[in-house]
Design a protein around this ligand. Structure first.
Ligand code: GDP
Length: 197
């Protein structure tokens, strides 16, 4: 539930203030049902709220907190504003503009969601042509081995084509989810450092 006190910038996990003034805005993108809400809940700290009723509580669509990555704290705002059912192109466009970085999710059990991730990557490139916006392609639900429709090598190959990082995760098992959040912060730092240089 990230409308609770969790949504206020806290120093609980880091003990120090954030490294920069404004938080990094990380946007969750992906087809319906791939696990965006589950990712958001883990980020917000509602780790055991995997069932969908509980996830309804994450309705505020954003959560801001300070996390520690490689011994350095980083303020991150996670946005789960992507509405796959929406025909509101303006809202979707805004979503494509608001992020400093994107976690592009698909489900390894749903090939259509994998194809959708490719489309979204192309749309992102259209909106952010000149910038090296950090993106991680995330193959979620890797715990569902028997229902796998997209192989690891397909995911990796797709990420290579799209020039982004790749990780497989399981929000249900809490596997690699924080690695994805940490990975995106590392990429944002690299970009910041190269800008400063
Ligand atoms: P969203 O539409 O992208 O926000 O997807 P949700 O986070 O609501 O997840 C859709 C369904 O998939 C829910 O029933 C989740 O509990 C389930 N789910 C999400 N991530 C995983 C995962 O890693 N493994 C499994 N087995 N189920 C998951």
């Amino acid at each position: 539930n990230w409308s609770s006190s969790d949504s206020v910038i806290s120093t609980d996990s880091a003990g120090e203030t954030a490294e920069t003034g404004s938080p990094y805005r990380v946007v969750l993108l992906g087809a319906n049902g791939v696990g965006k809400t589950a990712f958001a809940s883990i980020f917000a700290g509602a780790a055991d709220s995997m069932d969908s009723d509980e996830c309804e509580l994450c309705g505020d669509e954003m959560c801001e907190k300070v996390i520690e990555v490689d011994g350095e704290s980083a303020a991150v705002t996670l946005l789960d504003t992507w509405d796959t059912e929406s025909d509101d192109e303006w809202a979707q466009e805004r979503c494509m503009h608001t992020g400093d970085a994107y976690l592009l999710l698909y489900s390894i059990t749903d090939r259509a969601s994998f194809l959708r991730a490719s489309e979204l990557r192309i749309i992102l490139r259209h909106f952010r042509p000149a910038q090296h916006t950090p993106i991680i392609l995330v193959g979620n639900k890797c715990d569902l081995v028997r229902r796998r429709e997209v192989s690891v090598s397909e995911g990796r190959a797709c990420a290579a084509v799209f020039d982004c990082k790749f990780i497989e995760t399981s929000a249900a098992m809490q596997h690699n989810v924080w690695e994805a959040f940490h990975g995106i912060v590392r990429q944002l730092r690299l970009r910041r450092d190269s800008k400063e240089a």
